[in-house]
Ligand binder design. Sequence first.
Ligand code: PMM
Length: 296
Amino acid sequence: MTDLVRAPGPVVMGVLNVTPDSFSDGGRYADLDAAVGHGVRLRDAGAHLVDIGGESTRPGAERIDAATEIDRVLPVIRELTAAGVVVSIDTSRARVAEAALAAGAAVVNDVSGGLADPDMARVVRDARCPWVLMHWRGHSRAMRDLAVYTDVVADVRAELTQRIDAALAAGVAADRLVVDPGLGFAKTAAHNWELSARLPELLDLGYPLLFGASRKSYLGRLLAAPDGTPRPTAQREAATVATSVLAIAAGAWGIRVHDVRATVDALAVWTATGGPRLARPPHEQVASRDHEQEMQ
Ligand code: PMM
């Protein structure tokens, strides 16, 4: 079966936050039916993966405990995987990842790149699932103070290399790893733009790269009103699509977006004008959902 990490075309990850407080969709999918319905819609719109998060990572967010995080995500994962949706779990806790994988999640999306929980590498190694290692320097409350770099691209590259080396040393297979620059995580708007402009230096690491710009505040600031008021999150879609397509055109493996249809449409245009063909959604690639066979 086609391996997601080695997918021939751009991988689209749709965002589904089952949190009361995420910056863009917080509170909208706290109810199980609403969350499952939205996950299915994301898949039907062309998402290869639906990324389920139970804890907000927005700057300044308060942490919740692992049991609460598990209670939020597990029923959604169970129902979506039963409906044939391929799910990633957006967590930096090994306990949550382990429970999510047991409930049917196929990918671990770890915004801490393995830093937040020393047990995460073991969980991922044993599950032999893909692991997104995002660049991260600290939890939400500390994030703003940590946005200090000599050269943001060189520093992010070096810190991602450390995370890759740690994952490999823990026995995680290299072909399971995906890296992510972590836009907005201990990054100013200028840092995000610099990372976007110099993506080839991160692609040079030799790992598939996931790019998550969707609706983030630096886009709101770019599109601010003349009085400086940032563009509201719901009106950052065209900018999200533009940054996502530029990242894919630069060689990114995948993008993480809230509005899947807009991005898939834009990628179709890119494909029609010469970009590599889009990977088919996994529900077309995969006859039956068997992670042991499909995700290795
Ligand atoms: N951004 C958010 C959450 N999870 N995961 C990855 N891999 N990359 C990201 O950029 C990223 C992420 C930010 O919050 P949101 O879920 O509200 O978009």
